[in-house]
Design a protein around this ligand. Structure first.
Ligand code: SF4
Length: 227
């Protein structure tokens, strides 16, 4: 089944886990574009993570300002680098390779500004682990469907992480993201075109079904056929 979706399976990438972790920290509450610019600013204007650690906080703030939450993000990055250096003697997350997913969550949750979504993204995109990152989109969809009832993405993650079969977690995440872009959109979901309509528990689905019944749709069976 996964062969039908080349690129959706998590694979260990060449990306350094510390790079991915910091890039994901920068991506909170902003767009991919601005967080990418902030990451490039850190690398181009300051240099290695060792140089970022030794740079004045004002310089780190200037580098990441473009992606918002400047003070929190710059302090969290500085704190992460400082503690990594103190604990491990180097600025590297290679020690995570030998840890289970649960051990990685426990280890990295100790750092301020790093949450389960950030850790999940690093696990999936750098270490190739089969995990289920819950961002606002995944949170929205599975709560609308009624799979869980949770008020925050963190609580959704806690409720759902052990319910998805091993080997399907990251694929399910990826398909939900695609489903959220095309059908179960944050604004004006296409409930009138949705194959999950009958089982969905979203209280406003009838209203959005009427609004979306005339809208064209590319593919409305993404989840049903492929998970
Ligand atoms: S019926 Fe509407 S709210 Fe429910 S999953 Fe489909 S698009 Fe989302």
């Amino acid at each position: 089944m996964q062969a039908e979706f080349p690129g959706l399976e998590p694979k260990p990438s060449k990306a350094d886990p510390l790079d991915i972790l910091i890039a994901t920290m920068l991506s909170q509450n902003t767009t991919d574009k601005t967080s990418y610019i902030a990451f490039q600013n850190l690398k181009n204007n300051i240099g290695t993570w060792e140089e970022v650690l030794n740079a004045p906080i004002s310089k780190i703030r200037n580098a990441v300002r473009v992606c918002g939450l400047t003070n929190q993000k710059s302090a969290a990055i500085k704190n992460l680098l400082k503690q990594l250096k103190q604990k491990h003697g180097e600025l590297s997350l290679k020690y995570l390779d030998k840890m289970s997913n649960d051990e990685v969550y426990k280890d990295l949750l100790q750092y301020k500004g790093i949450g389960v979504k950030t850790i999940s993204c690093m696990l999936a995109f750098s270490l190739g682990r089969d995990v289920f990152p819950v961002d606002t989109h995944v949170h929205r969809i599975i709560n609308r469907l009624g799979i869980v009832k949770a008020v925050t993405p963190v609580k959704t993650f806690e409720q759902v992480k052990d319910k998805i079969p091993d080997g399907k977690k990251f694929l399910f995440h990826t398909l939900l993201i695609r489903f959220g872009r095309k059908i179960c959109r944050a604004q004006k979901p296409l409930c009138g075109k949705c194959r999950l309509y009958d089982i969905c528990e979203f209280s406003e689905k009838e209203k959005y079904a009427m609004l979306s019944s005339a809208e064209p749709v590319e593919n409305n069976f993404i989840i049903l056929e492929h998970v």
